[in-house]
Design a protein around this ligand. Sequence first.
Ligand code: COA
Length: 169
Amino acid sequence: MKPPNKSFEPIAYAPAQLCVMAREGMISIRKCDDSDFDGILSLLRQLWLDKPINPVTLKEVFGKVVASEHHTCFVAESDGGLLVGFVSLSIKDSLWQEGLVAHIEELVVDQKARGKGVGTALVGHTIAMARDRGCRRVELDSAHHREAAHRFYERLGFENRAVLFSMAL
Ligand SMILES: CC(C)(COP(=O)(O)OP(=O)(O)OC[C@H]1O[C@@H](n2cnc3c(N)ncnc32)[C@H](O)[C@@H]1OP(=O)(O)O)[C@@H](O)C(=O)NCCC(=O)NCCS
């Protein structure tokens, strides 16, 4: 396993909107709202390449997620106004941690913007938000085939410490 990237220092707190210099150029990271749905749908299609998506049901769930106090979603926006990245975070009470734990639910960067620091900026902002909310850990699940993403997370300091079991109902 590669050592964590020592140059990765998540900011200490998460303002509602943040401008960061990525290798992409200037991007802003902000909380998303219902009006971002179409841009986020296009990003989620790039995350779940083989999964059929029903935009109507997805939009309904997206509305609940955006409105929920237990979730926070951020988008990364280029200075040209394009959505180039999306991350969704849920926060729950954890008996194991005797406190709050944050879970990254989805993370995706537009194919054309990958490898330019946008994902690092989104994860950094998400960690800052989790710290702000008093979380003791941030976690995520990632499918076995996403090997490049696993390297990305390990470089940011995440430890591969569990296996996910899942059952369709
Ligand atoms: C994983 C992902 C979110 C990283 O975002 P990103 O903006 O490309 O990441 P950054 O530019 O901040 O960091 C790039 C690093 O991630 C790695 N990486 C992972 N997947 C990559 C991809 N498809 N293209 C380019 N770099 C990728 C590179 O090795 C790169 O390392 P380097 O900086 O040493 O060259 C993004 O590549 C992506 O959306 N991948 C497809 C969806 C996915 O797997 N999401 C995670 C689900 S758990």
